[in-house]
Design a protein around this ligand. Structure first.
Ligand SMILES: [Zn+2]
Length: 305
């Protein structure tokens, strides 16, 4: 069989990663890691049924190729074509046993921090599993949350979700925090009402009461959300002067944004600026859904290869 090169059927996008358990084989080859040499070496050789990519190493040089086989049915089948995805000049090999190589975000972080400027980065990670990423770019997601308490809960939850997300594109979470004590600054109130004591907020020179303790009515300024106003009205028969803390209403941004809202209880919503809003007490599952929605909004064609 004549060795030949596969023509790319479509341009590769950014953040190319193999799908989970999509076999990446690693092999060493004592030859030039250029397209012609690799084709001559691999075409006609048998590859395992699940092998779709081969990481080829020669000393400290690394290349990434994709392979086509005669068939995916038998356990082993001859390779009919190879495509050089990244040649050795643009490819790095990173050995980091902390990285879960099944998680695109983890792959991208490792690539960008340990091999900056390389188009293709092969990572040997946890359990010595090997995977790769080509043209890593982190999707910046702004996370809007109210603090204290610290750490910001929504940010912490979203980080944990990303740490397990096998089918989300690489993301970087950027906190945009609404801080209770800053909200109080610029106001001359001497009495504030906060939604609950949990955060441990104190405001210098002012008394602070907590709505969930249903204190006796005062001429306070409510630092709270619309739901707090509704509770206030239910307790005291009127609405209080208010600084709205709802992260959903916070202006600014324009990029991919994850926020929470006091008025949502059971489901996520997508705002017109493509901010995805989760309930105040969102579960990890709802946050995973929200990150999936953001991924489809901002990276609609991305999927593991
Ligand atoms: Zn709200």
């Amino acid at each position: 069989m004549a060795a030949h090169l596969a023509q790319p059927t479509e341009p590769l996008g950014r953040n190319v990663v193999p799908g989970a358990y999509r076999g990446v084989a690693v092999t060493s080859f004592d030859g030039e890691l250029d397209a012609g040499s690799l084709a001559r070496h691999f075409v006609g050789r048998e590859a395992y049924r699940r092998t779709r990519f081969i990481v080829v190493r020669n000393a400290d040089q690394t290349a990434i190729v994709s392979v086509q086989k005669e068939s995916d049915e038998p356990l082993f089948s001859p390779i009919t074509a190879v495509q050089l995805l990244v040649g050795p000049a643009e490819c790095a090999y990173v050995d980091d046993p902390e990285v879960d190589t099944g998680i695109p975000t983890a792959l991208a972080r490792a690539a960008l921090s340990q091999a900056p400027g390389k188009r293709g980065v092969v990572v040997q990670g946890r359990f010595a599993h090997v995977s790769f990423i080509i043209d890593p770019v982190l999707l910046r997601v702004t996370v809007r949350e109210v603090v204290p308490p610290y750490p910001p809960k929504l940010l912490d939850q979203a980080q944990r979700v990303l740490g397990l997300a096998e089918t989300l594109p690489p993301m970087e979470l950027v906190p945009d925090l609404v801080e209770f004590d800053q909200l109080a600054q610029g106001n001359t109130a001497t009495s504030y009402l906060l939604p609950c004591r949990g955060g441990g907020v104190s405001i210098e020179g002012a008394t602070v009461k907590y709505l969930d303790e249903r204190p006796a009515r005062e001429a306070w300024l409510l630092l709270g959300c619309e739901r707090s106003e509704q509770i206030h009205e239910s307790f005291y028969g009127d609405r209080a002067p208010q600084v709205d803390i709802c992260p959903r209403k916070r202006p600014g941004g324009g990029g991919a944004t994850l926020a929470k809202c006091c008025l949502l209880e059971t489901h996520n919503e997508v705002d017109t600026d493509r901010t995805v809003v989760v309930p105040w007490g969102a579960s990890l599952a709802l946050i995973a859904d929200a990150l999936g929605t953001l991924a489809r909004e901002w990276e609609p064609t991305w999927a593991p290869a």
